[in-house]
Design a protein around this ligand. Structure first.
Ligand SMILES: [Fe+2]
Length: 169
């Protein structure tokens, strides 16, 4: 099975997991697409891109569990509960090695962690999520610029954000 096929099946499983929550589904499809665009532009190899794309599809998988257990879906609760939920979804899709699953779960457990970001996949996941959240959460232009300056590092992600919002500074 090719990695494209595996990711296509994972997307299907994740949409089934989120069934009825159309807003979340639209969110994860967009984050996955931005992550793929940035990952390719930043020169990721096939293996890195595969793990990044899977993590992007699954990154918010802890939201429903966080709402059920804690009554809110703050980033910290999502990070705590996301990996176990991700393993459930991943168990329905063949083709992931144990090492890949560990890295995907680590990324999910750190997708609201903005300090000490030292790895390319972690950085790109944060950038892709914000490219979508900057629109979905109605963030002000000042807020977008501040987040860009604090978190964004990938050249292609900075260009995408600036171009999307027509930011000249
Ligand atoms: Fe997200």
């Amino acid at each position: 099975m090719t990695q494209h096929t595996i990711l296509s099946r994972l997307m299907g499983e994740m949409i089934k997991y989120d069934s009825g929550d159309v807003k979340r589904i639209q969110h994860l499809v967009k984050v996955h697409d931005f992550a793929r665009i940035i990952g390719i532009a930043e020169g990721m190899n096939e293996e890195e891109l595969f793990v990044l794309e899977a993590a992007a599809i699954l990154h918010d998988v802890g939201i429903h569990a966080a709402e059920a257990k804690y009554g809110n879906c703050s980033g910290k609760y999502q990070e705590e509960l996301g990996p176990d939920e991700a393993r459930k979804v991943l168990s329905g899709v063949e083709g992931f090695s144990d090492g890949q699953i560990e890295r995907i779960c680590w990324l999910i457990a750190h997708h609201h962690t903005y300090t000490n970001v030292t790895s390319k996949d972690h950085r790109i996941l944060l950038e892709a999520d914000f490219l979508v959240n900057s629109f979905e959460d109605n963030i002000s232009t000042d807020g977008i610029i501040a987040f860009r300056n604090n978190v964004f590092r990938s050249h292609s992600a900075i260009t995408l954000l600036n171009d999307m919002w027509n930011i000249k500074q």
